[in-house]
Design a binder for this molecule. Structure first.
Ligand SMILES: Nc1ncnc2c1ncn2[C@@H]1O[C@H](COP(=O)(O)OP(=O)(O)OP(=O)(O)O)[C@@H](O)[C@H]1O
Length: 254
């Protein structure tokens, strides 16, 4: 059994069946990519995993426990962290201050922004945040204001902030969207490093096939709200059904 088990999940928005009969099993300590054309339902599915949406049908189990009916905060506490398409960091704060936030949230269960004033004197939190910045190869940027960093560095910080919560499943929603090639390659290297150094499962939604094929051990192709094929990357590459889903029938026949 996988660390994440999705069974028969369906989700409708008014007249649109965005997901139907979605079955997905993600094995522990693997990198599993979810790909598919625009509008295939990838983000909707991710939202169902983190409590942002409640499926109309089916079940979502994480490590044997249902996530359905739990709040995003409770699901996060269960061990699922999500990195959004747009970096969710506090631009006015320094890199170090940003990193202390999830460290405190992990230790104390809650976070209050006014705690930041005294946080610098909290040795345990400071040490943990510093260690995370070392792990993320960002320690020399600790005093920088986050808003002034490159997109790649913002993403690096945000991934580090997720890891500070010590998740068992990290969900990445188009982590390299809008990045220049150099930043994309840095993000690929960072994710490879994270995977090599930690016991962690990574599920990634990504349109950039260079990223997908550099990282994924298994790939599920979603089309029109339903999984079309699931296999190892070598089998997905050039799969006629996948070409058809992306390019349309005429292109697949060409
Ligand atoms: N809150 C919503 N209300 C109504 N329709 C929605 C909502 N969210 C998504 N949809 C629709 O559901 C379908 C699936 O959308 P979703 O964003 O999950 O696709 P996606 O595979 O993530 O696409 P993309 O790769 O473009 O991000 C689309 O037709 C979208 O317009």
């Amino acid at each position: 059994m996988g660390i994440l088990e999705v069974k028969n999940v369906g989700k409708r928005f008014g007249g649109l069946q965005a997901l139907s009969n979605v079955n997905l099993s993600i094995a522990e300590n693997t990198v599993h990519a979810l790909i598919g054309p625009n509008g295939a339902g990838k983000s909707t599915l991710l939202n169902c995993l983190v409590g942002k949406l409640i499926p109309d049908t089916g079940s979502v189990m994480f490590d044997g426990q249902s996530v359905l009916g739990r709040t995003p905060y409770e699901i996060n506490q269960m061990g699922i962290s999500r990195v959004f398409q747009t970096p969710e960091i506090f631009g006015d704060l320094t890199v170090m201050e940003n990193m202390m936030i999830p460290c405190l949230a992990k230790r104390d269960g809650v976070f209050k922004l006014n705690a930041l004033r005294t946080l610098g004197r909290d040795a345990e939190i400071r040490d943990k945040a510093e260690q995370m910045l070392i792990d993320m190869n960002m320690i020399e940027k600790r005093e920088m204001h986050s808003a002034s960093m490159s997109r790649g560095d913002k993403r690096r910080l945000e991934i580090g902030m997720c890891l500070a919560q010590e998740p068992r499943l990290l969900l990445l929603d188009e982590p390299t969207a809008g990045m220049a090639r150099a930043d994309t390659n840095n993000t690929i290297d960072l994710l490879k490093q994270i995977k090599a150094e930690r016991d962690i499962t990574i599920a990634i939604i990504e349109h950039d096939m260079h990223v997908v094929f550099s990282l994924a051990e298994r790939i599920t192709v979603l089309a029109q709200g339903t999984p079309l094929v699931e296999d190892v990357p070598e089998k997905i590459k050039g799969h006629p059904k996948v070409r058809e889903a992306y390019l349309g029938e005429s292109a697949a026949a060409a």
